[in-house]
Design a protein around this ligand. Sequence first.
Ligand SMILES: Cc1ncc(C[n+]2csc(CCOP(=O)(O)OP(=O)(O)O)c2C)c(N)n1
Ligand code: SF4
Ligand SMILES: [Mg+2]
Length: 286
Amino acid sequence: MTTEPYSVQDYKTDLKPVWCPGCGDFAVLNSVYRALADLKIEPHETVVVSGIGCSSRLPGYVDTYGFNSLHGRALPIATGTKLAAPNLHVIAVGGDGDGLAIGGNHFMHAARRNVDLAYFIMDNEIYGLTKGQAGPTTPHGDKTKSTTYGNPDTGIDPCNLAIALGASWVARAFSGDVKGTTELMKTAITHHGFAFLNIISPCVTWRGDDQTKLLRPKVRPVPADHDRTDREAAMRFTNESDDRLTVGILFASPRASLLDEMIDMRERAAGVAMPPGREEILRVFA
Ligand SMILES: Cc1ncc(C[n+]2csc(CCOP(=O)(O)OP(=O)(O)O)c2C)c(N)n1
Ligand code: SF4
Ligand SMILES: [Mg+2]
């Protein structure tokens, strides 16, 4: 981090986003710019890694290091990046299909290992780039290009999954609320361990205007008295009833990250004491 003032403009590339007008991902991108500017994170201290999908185009629009990789492979690449360069802020991004279908296995292991990175899913409940097939978060009964009579599968709640898998920080956002999403991103980026933020980001092309119209009135903040260290309480905000979409930090329970554990093992094996703090850990790996 730096004391230099950074503005949103400093994080923009010359590429213009090619998303459809009205796509929720524009607002997500704005939140990323604002979060990085507010945190005063130097562009060269940051890497944004994605898979493939409309949402996975995002690294091309952010003037940090970036990697638009393979479908479903954002998390293993982000994990390798963090282990090889622990001083970098690693942010993985992508779609619901990318992260929960083909990439679902990697989601499981990044969460249980508590890899020290932030992961933002742009959840439009559809495969946008490939023209509107149902995906893992498509609600039961919804008609899509691949489920013309209605989706026979039950959609999964990504936050429910993340909490169950061992993520140490889990939150939900609505892309239309740029301020709220920005604040959640800032906390996710500075969290020590695996921070998962599911951002509901409507697809106007394959889900129509209805998705935004249906979702916006359901959005409500997590109650002020919610104990975010309570796993069971957090689970109650997942798989919510049809008229409610709670946004905010659902679960936060810090624990040793993968990097901490690896250093701990190495120090134990060498018979020397574990370095006391985060700065020490980063210095050992630098
Ligand atoms: C190995 C592989 N399988 C399938 C595809 C085709 N494919 C590209 S993007 C995509 C789904 C994208 O959906 P999502 O991740 O939800 O992103 P969105 O476009 O909705 O933002 C698929 C199936 C691919 N590129 N590579
Ligand atoms: S197809 Fe959907 S997700 Fe893709 S850019 Fe267009 S509105 Fe966004
Ligand atoms: Mg999608």
